[in-house]
Design a protein around this ligand. Structure first.
Ligand code: AMP
Ligand code: ZN
Length: 140
């Protein structure tokens, strides 16, 4: 769906609300996050409305990672970043707060914080095998 009336990212992606735009093509607008985790924190917004990655058109979704790579390279060359994180949240329990698919590209700098990471847990081989089966059996 294009132009969901209640969706702020639809309005930004389609140019109804101005934004600090890094890049634009027929499928995407890339903007700077208004609450950046670091200088240059960017959001890739599809112009089409998809709630999350599970809903996204696969042809559009397939273009996101190469675009993230180009943006990250631009951050390294243009901002002096030494690395970058690509982050994408699906669902409130995963930290998604805006329910229009978006991908964060977060530049990282020498001496600055890296991606906040998780506390590694543990699982035995049987649990891993059962868990892998549960996911694969449910995949479409
Ligand atoms: P998420 O938690 O993955 O849903 O990320 C939503 C992100 O969108 C947050 O990092 C917000 O700072 C950012 N954000 C929300 N509204 C706007 C806006 N109007 N312009 C730019 N960034 C926004
Ligand atoms: Zn939307």
């Amino acid at each position: 769906m294009v132009g969901d009336n209640n969706c702020i990212f639809c309005k930004i992606a389609n140019g109804e609300i101005p934004s600090a735009t890094v890049y634009e093509d027929g499928d995407f607008r890339v903007i700077l996050d208004m609450g950046p985790a670091s200088k240059g924190h960017a959001l890739i917004l599809p112009k089409e409305h998809y709630k999350d990655l599970c809903e996204a058109d696969t042809a559009v979704a397939a273009k996101i990672l190469p675009l993230a790579g180009r943006i990250g390279a631009g951050m390294k060359k243009g901002l002096g970043a030494s690395g970058f994180n690509v982050v994408q949240n699906n669902g409130a329990s995963a930290g998604q707060t805006v329910f229009h698919l978006h991908v964060h590209v977060i530049p990282r700098y020498e001496g600055g914080p890296a991606m906040v990471s998780w506390e590694p847990g543990s699982a035995d081989a049987e649990v891993l095998a059962q868990t892998a089966k549960a996911i694969s059996a449910a995949m479409e």
